[in-house]
Design a binder for this molecule. Sequence first.
Ligand code: WQD
Length: 341
Amino acid sequence: MRVLVTGGAGYIGSHTVLQLQAAGHEVVIADDFSNSKPSIVKRLVALSDEPVTVYTVDLTDELATERVFAEEQIDAVIHFAGFKAVGESVAEPLAYYRNNLDTAFSVLNAMNQHGVRTFVFSSSATVYGENAVRERTEDMPTSATNPYGWTKVMIEQVLRDLAAADDSWRIAILRYFNPVGAHASGEIGEDPSGKPNNLMPFVAQVAVGRREKLSVFGDDYDTPDGTGVRDYIHVEDLAAGHLAALEKVTASDDALSVWNLGSGHASSVLEVVASFARASGRDVPYEVLPRRAGDLPAYWADPSKANAELGWRATRTIDDMCEDTWRWQSKNPNGFPDVDE
Ligand code: WQD
């Protein structure tokens, strides 16, 4: 199939592009490069030895978005494009609602106009909000504790209403837990601009010497070692989950399906730090600070629905995730180059 990957120059998008091409699909990337560097495209082509069509486009622009569908014979869309920093969304809610909702509306309207009905949506475990049951299942109610999370909750609702109105849609909502890791080549990986919000890239930057020490946000949670517990999933397992979901909905009679993409394993902050120190052979100094506003103590996926219905399972361990992250970070201490090599 010819698959449009919005946000395909981003962290999860780029890893998914490679797996789509390896599976024989043709890929069109649409990205505004607001949170990724153009130099990644050259690396993708070098890794896949496949051509990739790239549109540099603001997907909140309906006309520009429709033009992509007019020019390309798109069979399916995997929609990654969107702002995704929780803290930033609290500071700039209007920018988050405008960007994340308008990009979704632009893409869905263009699909509707061009008779494209297969849509895989990048959602997040953050839609489970605060729930006393730490193991998340797809039937749990959704809510959010920040504008970023609300944009995911709202777009999921739009998709449910769309599927109810027109059952010719084939929609997969994929709820990611904590994506980490990098392609085994070490040529692509997570490259957050500025100070990383997330744990793994921050730990990697400490290990490589870009940051002095990690701030551990609280060690007084009701968890085995007091630090926050999450379900980390290797980005390559996550990408494979997208291909499995795309294949499933393409052959399905259901207008909409929801799947957790997580490992089902829970790891604490200190367990990640210890694993990274082993993987890198470097110390990862840290300082315990007060809890970060909005953080939950612990949650992880029950991935059994995706395992059963998609024939997909996360296979990589936290040590694999740290080893692959370290290979990427040590080969690219400053992330992707600003200009093509
Ligand atoms: C993980 C754990 C922190 C940084 C967020 C979004 C989620 C998804 C992934 C977009 C927590 C602790 C972190 C640090 C720390 N993003 N931590 N020091 O908050 O689980 O999820 O990112 O889709 O939607 O909510 O990820 O990596 O920020 O935090 O101690 O410098 O690491 O307290 O326990 P989080 P995270």
